[in-house]
Design a protein around this ligand. Structure first.
Ligand SMILES: NC(=O)c1ccc[n+]([C@@H]2O[C@H](COP(=O)([O-])OP(=O)(O)OC[C@H]3O[C@@H](n4cnc5c(N)ncnc54)[C@H](OP(=O)(O)O)[C@@H]3O)[C@@H](O)[C@H]2O)c1
Length: 332
């Protein structure tokens, strides 16, 4: 089968399609023929040699895929049958023509969505769901500040915040991205390149601050984050795009807010945790992708690239051009 490959860490120019051995499903696994996968920041980091896949995971890039079940491994419980369309959360291996996956990590495709749209769901929607509900304990009436509001995770988090009955605020680096976030439901957006988002957030919340911050930036935002966190607020750190080092009185500022700093990494979680997350998301959130009601959820697709243009797709994400997800179509 063909798979996205690189021989040495470096830039997007190192990526190419390589003929590799097709995997075969082990105990409790199914084989998915991949129609589409999607790109994540983790792929960029892995390509640069800064993010190894967890032990036992495929070294092929790709944290999510959609396609058709084509083979069942021994011991499968009958949840899936040959020919079923499905989408999957993966620790790696999605950017290939076939991938194996534990049957409990597959999800049905919501009615009305195409397979490329479905490929944009697993990684960022499960991440946003987990950050908001399992870690941030979002409550109706809360205000949630979502950084990188037009990222894959951000576009999912805005919509999930709305259906939780909470108010999403976002930051982003351009007017266009802020407008897209507002169309998805953000109550207000702040351009972090032009204004101090913590002042704007305090103004919006009449001095109270936000109950939850979903933070994939880290270092460069720490002081502004803690300044606009409400009393008893939850600051959920899940990325370090703004660096890992800080200098200043983080502990005292957090302490006087009685704030919680919570960190999260989904890819390296064990199978049991991921299965619990997939089950909760499938039951509680997936039906909202199919309904025609006012709160219908939508995966936001920026562009669909044929996987032969994998270098262009990486460069597009690396230069922060995307709003929502970059999807890759595999040859059939
Ligand atoms: N921990 C986990 O389990 C987990 C899971 C999934 C994703 N993540 C993390 O979530 C983040 C978003 O991932 P994604 O795939 O959704 O990203 P994405 O769609 O590529 O969007 C990322 C956006 O972040 C903004 N950005 C980049 N560098 C920045 C900086 N230094 N300061 C402020 N904004 C910056 C850019 O938008 P602007 O133009 O607005 O600056 C960029 O377009 C990444 O950090 C990723 O590693 C973590």
């Amino acid at each position: 089968m063909l798979a996205v490959h690189f021989d040495k860490p470096g830039g997007p120019e190192n990526l190419y399609l390589k003929e590799v051995e097709k995997p075969s499903p082990g105990e409790g696994e199914v084989l998915l023929k991949v129609v589409a996968s999607a790109l994540n920041r983790a792929d960029l980091l892995q390509r640069q040699g800064q993010y190894d896949p967890p032990p036992g995971a495929s070294s092929i890039l790709g944290l999510e895929a959609s396609g058709y079940v084509v083979e069942l491994g021994p011991g499968c419980q009958g949840q899936w049958k040959i020919g079923d369309p499905a989408m999957a959360l993966l620790p790696g291996g999605g950017q290939a023509q076939y991938v194996t996956i534990p049957e409990g990590l597959l999800m049905p495709i919501p009615a009305g969505l195409t397979l490329p749209q479905a490929a944009a769901i697993p990684e960022v929607w499960l991440t946003a769901f987990q950050l908001l509900h399992l870690l941030g304990n979002v409550q109706a009436g809360d205000t949630v500040l979502i950084h990188a509001g037009s990222s894959g995770v951000g576009t999912a988090a805005i919509q999930l915040t709305r259906i939780a009955g909470a108010t999403p605020l976002v930051t982003a680096g351009s007017q266009h991205k802020l407008q897209m976030a507002e169309k998805l439901g953000a109550a207000a957006g702040f351009n972090y390149k032009e204004e101090d988002f913590s002042e704007a957030t305090l103004k919006f919340t009449k001095g109270a601050g936000v109950n939850i911050i979903l933070d994939c930036i880290g270092g460069s935002y720490w002081e502004k984050n803690v300044t606009c966190l409400a009393l008893d607020g939850r600051w959920v750190l899940y990325g370090l795009m703004g660096g890992a080092n800080i200098s200043g009185p983080l502990f005292s500022k957090l302490f006087f807010k009685r704030g919680s700093l919570i960190t999260s990494r989904l890819r390296c979680r064990d199978k049991k945790y991921k299965q619990m997350l997939v089950k909760a998301f499938t039951e509680q959130i997936l039906p909202h992708f199919s309904t025609e009601g006012p709160q219908r959820l939508l995966p936001v697709l920026d562009r669909v690239f044929p996987v032969t243009e994998i270098q262009e797709a990486h460069a597009h994400m690396e230069t922060n051009k995307n709003v929502g997800k970059i999807v890759l179509e595999l040859p059939q």
